[in-house]
Structure formats: C-alpha cells, structure tokens
Design a protein around this ligand. Sequence first.
Ligand code: ZN
Length: 156
Amino acid sequence: MCLICDRIEMIKKGTNPYFVKELETGYVVIGDNQHFFGYTLFLYKNHDHTELFQMDMEERNKFMQEMTVVAEATFRAFKPDKMNYELLGMGDAHLHWHLYPRREGDIEDYGNKGKGPVWWYPMEKMYSDECRPDADTLEKMKACLLEQLEDINTGV
Ligand SMILES: [Zn+2]
C-alpha cells in the first residue's frame, strides 16, 4: 500500500481529519502542513494508473476538469495571488494533484530571489509542525473550501 491509498482508506472509514469532499474521480483534502495557506490536494480514486497518459480519454478529461474545479474553489476560499498546479509522483506514484495557493514573498528569499516553485523553500520549514493547522483552523478551512466547491458544482 502507498501513503495516498492509506489516506483514502482513512477517508472511507471516516477517520481522515483533512477530508473535504468526494468528487467523481477523486477526493479533496486539505494539506497536512499549511505554510502555503490553503494548500489542497486532489487524490485520484485508485492506484490503477500512475501516468495521466495511461488513463482513458474520458476518465482523464473528467479528472482534469475536476482538478480545475478544486483549484478554483481553493482560489476563491483562500484568495492567493496565483494558483500552482503540480502532479509529481517521485515520492508517491499514486496520481495526486498538489494545489498551492501562492502569494508574494511566500518562499522568502529562497529560489531565484524569492521566485520559483514551492519546492525551493526548505523542506524542514515547509513541513514544520508549526505549519500544521490546529483543529479549529482546520475545521474552518474545510468548511470554507467545501462551500466554494458546492457553489461551483451547482452554480455552473
Ligand atoms: Zn496508492
């Protein structure tokens, strides 16, 4: 089993505190660490494929469309300057989108004089326990994101 499959199992059992909403192709969760406030992930429902190009066209299009809805909801909920969309997979090959709300100065002076991907910010700072939301903040973030997701889903 992989970490993402483990987290999905927790969602199914009702024990994942970060879970926000189930969509047709995946699960929306708030990131464990919130240095980039509003950091959200969209986890593909299964581990059948580890590359977008392995998915059939209809499934891939749906996955991309839903990821875009999650990104828009994240943008509306947490009001960053810009969204970053990342599908990586060298840590866990299970398809999962990292949706990062980005703001001016959020990687301090790291990277190219403060410009660049989130991954140029030191891992120990990004994943610091100080960046974990407390239970109250997490509940508020989830409610805010869910409201936007439902608004977009029903409002189109
Ligand atoms: Zn998996």
